[in-house]
Design a binder for this molecule. Structure first.
Ligand code: KG4
Ligand code: ZN
Length: 342
């Protein structure tokens, strides 16, 4: 089965084609970073309007890359949520319009399920069950994944998501939007031991996270300082260490509590080099296999949506023609592909 995947949940317009036998046939993405940069964050209305402009040409482009036409598709998958309502509606409308006009089945995919399953696109995919650390701009969670659609949340962030903490701290340091990757980049030239920030909630049992206090600690630490490039890099390094230490410690705790031997790291912060290196080392120490998507499939993309949707469509799941855009959608409400009513 050959499935077109569409992603428009936030500030990335993306389309991809996944084939059950041949794997990923093509993936294209247009980032709206430049559009939102002057506002220092995503402006939902501008995001929606730009998705309207970019999506159909992107779909044409990705089909062209794969040497395919619309008639070669067997199904359509689109991100139905969670995300910005107006942005989601663009992808949902185009997907359902295409599906209706071509008589194809369509399915609305949960954006976080897409992230969790993104490592399945790699040459050596993980096997179920696994522990998943999902660290994106909107979510931070640890989940026990028994199968696609069978998610047990073990812990989540009580306030800011990990990516959000990166972005807000970057903004405090005067770094250009989007701050997370930029903060990680300058952290590489930071000196060790210049600043020390708390490791939130490590002293308490449990698997929840909290990152807003860390941001406050950064505000306090830089008050009155001249923020030259070196000081910025030093703060960035200490901040990144605090976040990565916390994520690593909670992963270790969750692996121990569940006895799971496989760890999957997904979401935008999963592209962070220090986090990847530290979790790789944790895996080596504890004999746990650690999997990541390639960096471009850690951040938002349509390949993960095409894959997750393919699995559901291939199992017979079909949505009605109603256009679904769910801004809030808890991931533990999902069911495995085979368990959905046709
Ligand atoms: O998964 P994603 O693309 O979008 C959401 O679904 O939220 O994640 C974006 C988040 C942003 O907060 C961004 O700053 C962060 O991931 N991010 C990073 C890095 N690359 C992206 N954070 C730290 N280090 C990175 N290298
Ligand atoms: Zn995402």
């Amino acid at each position: 089965m050959r499935v077109l995947g569409i992603e428009t949940s936030c500030d990335e317009t993306a389309a991809a084609v996944y084939d059950g036998e041949r794997g990923l046939l093509g993936a294209r993405l247009f980032s709206q970073v430049a559009l939102h940069a002057e506002y220092g964050g995503v402006v939902p209305e501008l995001a929606s309007r730009d998705h309207v402009r970019k999506l159909v040409p992107l779909i044409e482009g990705v089909l062209g890359d794969a040497g395919l036409e619309l008639g070669d598709l067997d199904g359509i998958a689109y991100t139905a949520g969670p995300g910005l309502a107006g942005a989601l509606l663009v992808g949902a409308s185009v997907a359902q319009g295409l599906a209706w006009s071509r008589g194809l089945p369509a399915v609305g995919v949960h954006h976080l399920e897409g992230h969790l399953l993104a490592p399945m696109l790699e040459p050596e995919p993980p096997e179920f069950p696994f522990l998943a650390l999902l660290v994106s701009g909107g979510h931070t969670l640890l989940a026990s994944v028994a199968a696609q659609g069978d998610y047990q949340i073990l812990g989540s962030s009580l306030d800011d998501a990990a990516g959000e903490a990166f972005d807000k701290t970057a903004k405090l340091l005067g770094l250009p939007y989007p701050g997370g990757p930029e903060l990680a980049r300058i952290a590489e030239s930071g000196r060790a031991g210049q600043f020390h920030f708390p490791r939130p909630m490590l002293d308490r049992p449990g698997l929840d996270f909290s990152f807003s206090g860390l941001k406050t600690a950064v505000v306090v630490a830089v008050r009155g300082l001249v923020l030259d490039d070196q000081v910025r890099a030093d703060v960035a390094r200490a901040f990144q260490e605090a976040v990565v230490d916390t994520l690593e410690a909670k992963c270790a705790r969750a692996l121990e509590a569940t006895g799971l031997r496989t760890l999957v790291v997904a979401g935008g912060v999963g592209a962070n080099r220090m986090l990847r290196a530290r979790l790789k080392a944790l895996g080596q120490r504890t004999r746990v296999r650690v999997y990541y998507p390639r960096p471009e499939f850690c951040t938002d993309n349509a390949a993960m949506i095409a894959y997750a949707g393919h699995q559901r469509l291939a199992a017979g799941q079909r949505d009605s023609l109603a256009i679904r855009a769910v801004a809030r959608w808890p991931i533990n409400q999902l069911r495995p592909p085979g368990e959905h009513a046709a």
